[in-house]
Ligand binder design. Structure first.
Ligand SMILES: [Zn+2]
Length: 132
């Protein structure tokens, strides 16, 4: 699907900042608003102000295009919402964000919710790590 179609499907009008921010998030995951701003500058795009970036990110989040993560070690980071479910590890020293998937953990979480009489509908799991 083209970026324009993605925006249209999400019910958003196509604007230059929206297309640019979407492209940047397609190229890399887990970016902060500040990082998106820096990448946009480096690409020589017509300058998008931080205010616009925050606004577009909030719009994208509201329509479910992206996910916001508030990891403890830093500022909010954003990623597209189109990938397979995954959990995150955050290195407390370098700030690096590692994605992982583990079937056992997935099943265990469902089991725990069930034990408490609930059905698991979503979860977010973050491991804070440092290199050995
Ligand atoms: Zn991720």
């Amino acid at each position: 699907m083209t970026d324009s179609n993605i925006l249209k499907n999400a019910g958003l009008k196509i604007t230059t900042p929206r297309v640019q921010i979407l492209k940047i998030l397609e190229d890399s995951s887990h970016l902060s608003a500040e990082e998106i701003y820096q990448i946009s500058l480096k690409k020589g795009h017509e300058t998008i102000g931080m205010g616009t970036i925050y606004r577009v990110l909030t719009q994208f989040e509201n329509v479910g295009l992206i996910k916001r993560h508030n990891f403890e070690s830093g500022k909010a980071v954003f990623e597209l919402n189109d990938s397979m479910h995954h959990d995150h590890m955050v290195c407390v020293e370098s700030g690096e964000i590692i994605e992982f998937q583990n079937e056992e953990i997935e099943e265990l979480q469902e089991k725990i919710a069930k034990q408490y009489g609930y059905e698991l509908i979503d979860h977010s799991l973050v491991l804070y790590v440092k290199k050995k």
